[in-house]
Design a protein around this ligand. Structure first.
Ligand SMILES: [Zn+2]
Length: 1000
């Protein structure tokens, strides 16, 4: 027996079927074989499928590797050079160059790649430049940790050298992994990728900063930051830990003069005076950080909370929240309520603190804030925007000027002399130079007490942030920072966001609302970071700390850095950077670097500089990232783009036409993958296998990605991976079957192939599918592509068409008309399905395509363009076939009955007799020769059944059906019961052998 026969071609791909699994052909029972020698003789004359492509890829990663370069690097270059369609631009959001790829990266890159590949195969010229985000704190930390150094013990140039090395190594690892996922790009061409650490990228970014300076977006002012006195640096939120800490909290009063009171408060005050003529009125506040009192710039109350004016035992009038009266009496003693008023009646009242004694115009005032509650303290909140983010935001929301933001604390966490200047009180010079969290705090409380404004003091234990390295408490302290003032961009942002197409659409997941909310809630963007690993903000400072950052200064500095490299900002002398207009002045370089969101937020300028789009269109067709990027890259990109377009007479436009978001990857229980849970699956472990686990190859992972509804969280685990592997296996088997039937033939053009109803129906179904698949790709709904294709290949092809076609394919004369029609159809279907699935499983598609290569001349299946060819939509064929399929369904179930009743062992032992109305009869007559293969029996007659030993009857589509024994003998070649006598060939086989020599 030949090698081919031993591969059991009879086991055709069958994915899912609702029909009874009665196999008309190909199941060969040993008991049937009466004459093994005759069978053997004829079996060699059958035209069985033939291909070198293995049924299973034994080593998936190695098999894929053979096609990798052709379908990634080479393909990218080739399509860009030769595709003539319009340019399609998917702009890559750069992953952080830090560690191996995780499953979220894999999902992201595969989704992008499917979109790109679909556009390539549609003949468009795809522009895709993968990027890496290379600067910032996490890389700086990892690089220094690897060296066992801290950033204070290395000079900036050395820190940058180490961080750069670390980032470049991470990029190499990630790049190799992305290639393994089959992501198409010109990976090894320096212009084929972008890295935010590249010299050209950095220079372009500085030009963007210059553009924003020229339009007045960039300013310099104080802002609160987490600050660690113990390591003398500002910290990011990620660098904080929390611990329980004991602190001294204080109740303090801020006196209010009668002339500063609102009319309503004055009324209450006068009522108090009636009770106690000498009484003064004060606001009572509570704070756990008494050292922040010199920085007080306001007191906030809630408009709707009820407040009371009370008289204490010391004959002082105090304002507190009504609800807190009881707990406060425990601390202050008996409080007599004089009057009751709402928070809104207090707004605007000015007051004095020990550190506000000057001009009444400059005194702080009460303002309203929604975050105020009456749960603790006094219901009046001491507000020091120089030492608190919420306070700062509240001041900003209300446009309260912060030009003179108070922050009398130096780099070491010591009080500065400003507290003496503000108070005009020399007694406070004792505080100057004292550590605010230590001696300074204790002394401050003594001063409050001495001045008679301390109402009460108590120890409390609370969660307090500490420096993750030194484990010492941190403070919040205003430091000078650079800002991008984006508030003025809000109107253009509204217009630009309106024109973006969101995927998923806003009705399902409110992407538009989310992006609007993040963009519109922001008036300032702090773009400075106090680290060395980044693009410098090349400002120069005079001895008063006043910055110089102008279009002109930047022009000069950029020209120096362009020539000498960005590191030169740290290595070069100050003088070298002083522009001509300021020569002779003593100016010092600033050491801040730009926020990494500014780095990646300028990446669209790469496309702008490539001049691929007219000015009236968005630069990129697609931005596709995780849904957390509304706050990140989507936002920074749109803001910088709008700033660039602003004031130049351009229509506001986002840099992207379609904004696609995907969810997170989770395990199969829906838990987000995380290191601490230990439930993470590495994409490369799925691809390459790990510790005895199978290596599934990247097509399996890609097929999983295509099958997810990525707009929600996508779960992955052993069962979803094996499901994807099974779908891939069946797809491979289906494609291989068509390949093996057609690869060695010369298919006729479909128009000349004498298509029967069955082929017309298959082509109709294929054309319908093609339309669905195209639309799904255009809508980025890959799961619909996959569903459509697998349902077609399993139900329409494997369970129906392959069964029906097999007899003619194997047994008809080699050039028989029916066989030719089938080969032409299968060849067409194979090529069409190959294009539909190629974007999802490119390695498999290339492998199949290579085996069909004799008819083709392209280096990749993706260069075989999927043009909108002739449609084979054939409504008539579909309607007629629907009738015959219904009859087939009924016959298959009747055959099962006959088998169970032991009338037959195999369906071919039967003949079917059909009787029907004249209309139906004409249909049956027209397709009479097809009926045995469609119904899976040896003989079909449109006559009444003759008397027989057994029969089974049924009905469908008003056709009455009778099954009875086939009135003929089994042909030893095709095994149908169509031969005139025992051991003789049937007429068809006789003809077939006449066409080709009998192998004896
Ligand atoms: Zn035969």
């Amino acid at each position: 027996m030949s090698r081919l026969l031993s591969q059991s071609w009879g086991r055709l791909p069958r994915l899912a079927t609702s029909a009874p699994t009665f196999r008309p052909l190909g199941v060969r029972f040993a008991s049937e074989v009466k004459d093994q020698d005759i069978r053997k003789k004829y079996s060699a004359t059958l035209l069985l499928p033939k291909t070198d492509m293995p049924l299973r890829a034994k080593n998936a990663p190695a098999t894929e590797d053979k096609y990798r370069h052709r379908t990634t690097d080479e393909l990218y270059r080739e399509q860009y050079a030769t595709n003539e369609g319009p340019v399609f631009i998917l702009h890559d959001g750069p992953p952080y160059a830090n560690g191996n790829l995780h499953m979220g990266h894999a999902l992201n890159k595969i989704l992008k790649d499917m979109i790109n590949r679909y556009n390539v195969i549609r003949g468009r010229k795809v522009h895709y430049i993968p990027g890496w985000d290379c600067h910032g704190l996490p890389i700086e930390h990892k690089a220094l940790a690897a060296l066992g150094k801290s950033h204070t013990s290395l000079d900036p140039v050395s820190v940058r050298r180490e961080a750069r090395k670390f980032a470049l190594e991470a990029i190499d690892v990630q790049k190799a992994e992305m290639k393994q996922l089959g992501v198409m790009a010109d990976w090894d061409n320096p212009d084929g990728v972008y890295r935010t650490l590249d010299h050209d990228y950095e220079i372009r970014q500085l030009k963007m900063l210059q553009m924003m300076v020229s339009k007045g977006f960039i300013t310099h002012r104080l802002r609160p930051t987490y600050y660690s006195p113990s390591s003398r640096t500002a910290l990011a939120e990620a660098e904080l830990e929390y611990t329980d800490l004991k602190s001294n909290s204080v109740y303090v009063r801020f006196p209010v003069s009668e002339e500063w009171m609102t009319p309503r408060l004055k009324e209450a005050f006068q009522k108090g005076r009636e009770v106690s003529p000498e009484a003064t009125l004060s606001l009572a506040i509570w704070t756990t950080t008494p050292w922040t009192l010199p920085a007080n710039m306001g007191v906030s109350v809630h408009n709707e909370i009820a407040y009371v004016v009370v008289l204490d035992n010391a004959k002082r009038l105090l304002v507190v929240a009504e609800e807190l009266l009881e707990p406060l009496q425990e601390r202050f003693g008996k409080l007599q309520v004089i009057d009751r008023l709402d928070g809104k009646h207090l707004i605007g009242t000015k007051y004095r603190t020990l550190f506000h004694t000057g001009d009444p115009e400059s005194l702080p005032a009460i303002f309203a804030a929604d975050y105020v509650t009456s749960e603790s303290g006094t219901g009046l909140v001491h507000s020091a925007p120089g030492h608190g983010h919420d306070d700062y935001d509240a001041f900003q929301d209300q446009n309260i000027p912060m030009d003179d933001l108070r922050c009398p604390v130096d780099d070491e966490g010591h009080f500065t002399n400003e507290i003496v200047q503000w108070s005009g009180n020399q007694a406070f010079s004792a505080l100057v130079g004292k550590y605010v969290l230590g001696a300074g705090s204790k002394l401050m409380i003594e001063q409050l007490e001495g001045a008679g404004v301390l109402l009460a003091e108590e120890k409390i234990e609370h969660r307090y942030p500490i420096d993750w390295r030194t484990k010492k408490p941190i403070i919040i302290r205003a430091t000078p920072q650079w800002f991008c003032d984006v508030g003025s961009l809000k109107p253009s942002a509204v217009e630009a966001i309106e024109n973006i197409k969101f995927v998923p659409p806003n009705e399902l997941t409110p992407g538009r609302n989310r992006l609007s909310a993040t963009v519109l809630s922001r008036s300032e963007w702090c773009i400075s970071r106090q680290r060395s690993w980044g693009v410098p903000i090349p400002a120069l400072f005079n001895s008063n700390g006043e910055p110089l950052l102008t279009v002109e200064s930047l022009e000069h500095i950029i020209s120096v850095l362009r020539e000498k490299g960005i590191d030169h900002w740290w290595a070069g002398s100050d003088d070298e950077f002083v522009p001509a207009s300021h020569k002779g002045q003593v100016l010092t370089k600033g050491l801040d670097t730009l926020d990494v969101w500014f780095d990646s937020g300028t990446s669209w300028s790469l496309i702008a500089d490539a001049h691929l789009r007219s000015e009236s269109e968005p630069l990129a067709d697609v931005y596709l990232e995780g849904s957390d990027q509304h706050r990140g890259w989507f936002q920074s990109s749109i803001l910088i783009r709008l700033a660039a377009l602003e004031k130049d007479g351009h229509k506001p436009m986002a840099p992207y036409r379609n904004l696609i978001t995907h969810g997170f990857t989770t395990d199969e229980k829906g838990n987000k993958m995380s290191k601490s849970l230990g439930n993470g699956i590495s994409p490369m472990d799925v691809v390459n296998g790990k510790k005895g686990r199978d290596a599934f190859g990247s097509d399996t992972l890609r097929l999983w990605a295509a099958g997810t509804d990525y707009t929600r969280d996508a779960s992955i685990g052993p069962s979803s991976i094996s499901h994807a592997a099974e779908v891939l296996r069946k797809l491979r088997s289906t494609l291989r079957f068509m390949l093996a039937n057609t690869a060695n033939a010369t298919p006729l053009p479909l128009e000349e192939a004498g298509l029967t109803l069955v082929e017309r129906y298959i082509l109709h179904e294929l054309s319908t599918l093609e339309q669905v698949v195209r639309e799904a790709y255009e809508d980025f709904t890959f799961n619909k592509v996959l569903q459509g294709v697998t349902s077609f290949t399993s139900s329409t092809l494997s369970s129906f068409y392959f069964d029906v076609a097999k007899d003619a394919l194997y047994c008809d004369p080699i050039n028989g008309p029916r066989r030719q029609a089938i080969i032409a159809t299968q060849s067409h279907v194979l090529n069409a399905v190959l294009k539909m699935i190629a974007p999802i499983v490119p390695h498999l598609a290339e492998e199949v395509y290579e085996s069909t290569r004799s008819n083709h001349h392209k280096s990749s299946v993706f260069l075989e363009q999927w043009a909108k060819g002739e449609s084979w939509i054939d409504k008539e064929a579909a309607d007629e076939m629907a009738v015959l399929l219904a009859v087939r369904g009924e016959v298959l179930s009747m055959l099962e009955t006959a088998r169970q009743d032991k009338h037959v062992r195999v369906p071919t032992e039967t003949a079917v007799y059909l009787a029907s109305s004249p209309t139906m009869e004409s249909l049956l007559k027209r397709h009479a020769t097809l009926l045995p293969s469609i119904l899976g029996v040896s003989i079909v007659k449109l006559t009444a059944p003759p008397p027989s030993t057994w029969s089974v009857t049924g009905e469908s589509e008003s056709v009455s059906i009778t099954l009875a024994p086939a009135p003929a003998h089994q042909c030893p070649r095709c095994w149908l019961y169509t031969a005139p006598a025992e051991a003789e060939l049937c007429q068809r086989c006789d003809m077939a052998l006449g066409d080709s020599p009998t192998p004896m």
